[in-house]
Design a protein around this ligand. Structure first.
Ligand code: AP5
Length: 216
């Protein structure tokens, strides 16, 4: 089989970013993430798309969804350049899922499951390197020196939407918009549910077993 086409689904904080980094390295595929793409373009002018706000920033800081037209264009462009990928953060509603079905087929769909209060703890404790993007947690995976990235020495910062109010809104938006997407994929041959509550290494072992069983 050519390089695998993977989709990773799950609520905010389920570990999609953490495990997508492992998948990209293990299988030599692209990590396509709408969250990172939008964060890198928070202030782009989207007013011509007839949206409520003129940039993605206001939607993201509140934890609301950025309009579909913006996100669909980002994913279409990224997929057209990828030879194998793990798609993270998309689709987030049924309209996006419909759009994706016209862009590519999928080999494996991983759905990470984690309890809501564990998600709040993970997200409010997350810290990101401002230089290289490495991911830490103040309690579950702290850096050797507080506030400093182990990999590059950069400063660790908190994402603007990782405060408790935005986190709880993101979880509500997930429940209303994205949970139906998971139901939509349940009948796909490559669909697999992963218990996301173990350690990152335990979750990775379950994910790599599931992918190996489906792509070899
Ligand atoms: P996005 O960046 O996609 O955020 P998200 O879905 O809320 O997911 P996160 O990145 O917060 O969580 P994750 O599951 O990747 O967890 P992580 O691995 O970091 O989207 C941000 C915003 O962009 C949205 O709110 C929206 O506005 C917009 N947007 C994006 N896509 C869109 C779309 N398609 N349509 C419309 N709008 C869109 O882990 C979290 C923490 O837990 C880390 O600290 C980590 O170290 C720790 N951790 C990970 N695994 C474990 C474990 N097993 N045990 C203990 N701790 C763990």
């Amino acid at each position: 089989m050519s390089n695998p086409r993977l989709l990773i689904l799950g609520p905010p904080g389920a570990g999609k970013g953490t495990q997508s980094a492992n998948l990209a390295e293990e299988y030599g595929i692209e990590h396509i993430t709408t969250g990172d793409a939008l964060r890198a373009n928070k202030d782009m002018d989207i007013s011509e798309m007839d949206t409520e706000y003129d940039t993605p920033r206001a939607y993201m800081e509140a934890g609301d969804l950025v309009p579909d037209a913006v996100v669909n264009a980002i994913v279409d462009e990224a997929l057209s350049q990828a030879d194998g990928f793990v798609l993270d953060g998309y689709p987030r509603n049924l309209e996006q899922a419909e759009e994706l079905s016209g862009m590519t087929a999928l080999d494996v769909i991983l759905s990470l499951e984690v309890d809501r209060e564990e998600l709040v703890d993970r997200l409010t404790g997350r810290r990101i390197c401002d230089d290289c993007g490495a991911n830490y947690h103040v309690e579950f995976s702290p850096p050797e020196t507080e506030g400093v990235c182990d990999d590059c020495g950069g400063e660790l910062i908190q994402r603007e939407d990782d405060n408790e109010e935005s986190v709880r809104n993101r979880l509500d938006v997930f429940q209303d918009n994205t949970a139906p997407v998971i139901d939509h994929y349940e009948d796909h041959d490559g669909f697999v549910t992963i218990d996301g509550e173990g350690t990152p290494d335990e979750v990775w072992a379950a994910i790599s077993d599931a992918v190996d069983a489906r792509v070899e």
